[in-house]
Design a protein around this ligand. Structure first.
Ligand SMILES: [Zn+2]
Length: 210
C-alpha cells in the first residue's frame, strides 16, 4: 500500500462515522455502522476446528445480511465491519508468523472483493500484501450456479502461483468459504510453487458446515 492509499484509507476510516446507513438486518437508520445495536448481537461465531482454517461467523443472520447488502451497494459499504470480523477470525492463528497475505484472485487480475478485504486487513495487521503471488489462469463458472458434480471439476488447476511463494508461510484470504474447493485449489497451487504453509482466513463460512 503506498502513501496515497494509506492516506485515503485513514480519511475513509475517519469519515465513515459521519454517514448514516440502514441497518443491514432490520433497516433502522444507524450512524457509522451497518448493524444497529440490537442486530449487532445477532451473530453466530463460527467454530474453527481445523488448524489451518478460520472464519469469524456463519453465513446466516446479521453477517449474511451484511454481505448481501454489500453486494447490492458495493463500494465501501460495511468494509470496516467486515475487516474487523476478519481480524477476529485471525486470532485463531495466534503465534503463526505470515510472510504474505494473498487474496483469492479473480480471472484477469481484477480487484475483486477478496482483494479489497485482504488489502485493508494486511495494512491493519502489518502483514505484507502480495496479490501477485497467485493468479487465476482460466475462467470458471460461479460455484453456486452449477451442479454438485460440476463443482468438483470446475476449479481444478484454475490457479497458478509464482516462485515468490517458495518457502513462505502464506495467509490466503477470501470473503466466504462454502464448499472449500476454491481455497483448496489456491492452496494446492501455492504449495506446488514451494510454499511452506498455507492458512485460509475468511470472514464467513457456510452454515452447512456447522
Ligand atoms: Zn438492526
Amino acid at each position: 500500500m503506498n502513501g496515497i492509499e494509506k492516506l485515503f484509507y485513514r480519511f475513509r476510516k475517519a469519515g465513515s462515522g459521519l454517514f448514516t446507513y440502514d441497518c443491514a438486518l432490520c433497516g433502522k437508520p444507524v450512524r457509522g455502522k451497518c448493524l444497529c445495536e440490537n442486530c449487532g448481537k445477532n451473530l453466530f461465531p463460527a467454530r474453527n476446528e481445523e488448524s489451518g482454517k478460520a472464519a469469524a461467523y456463519y453465513y446466516e443472520g446479521a453477517p449474511k445480511a451484511v454481505v448481501l447488502k454489500r453486494k447490492f451497494y458495493g463500494g465501501e459499504y460495511c468494509m470496516d465491519a467486515l475487516v474487523d470480523w476478519l481480524t477476529e477470525a485471525y486470532s485463531h492463528f495466534d503465534g503463526i508468523k505470515f510472510d504474505f497475505a494473498v487474496p483469492v484472485p479473480a480471472f484477469g487480475g481484477g480487484k475483486n472483493f477478496a482483494y479489497k478485504l485482504a488489502k485493508e486487513f494486511s495494512l491493519l495487521e502489518d502483514i505484507p500484501f502480495e496479490p501477485s503471488v497467485l493468479r487465476k489462469i482460466r475462467k470458471t463458472n460461479k460455484q453456486h450456479k452449477i451442479s454438485m458434480a460440476e463443482r468438483k471439476t470446475n476449479l481444478i488447476d484454475a490457479f497458478e502461483a509464482d516462485e515468490k511463494a517458495k518457502g513462505k508461510t502464506i495467509l490466503l484470504i477470501d470473503d466466504i468459504i462454502t464448499t472449500g474447493s476454491t481455497a483448496y485449489e489456491c492452496s494446492k497451487a501455492l504449495i506446488k510453487s514451494g510454499a511452506a504453509r498455507v492458512c485460509v482466513l475468511t470472514v464467513l463460512k457456510s452454515a452447512y458446515d456447522k
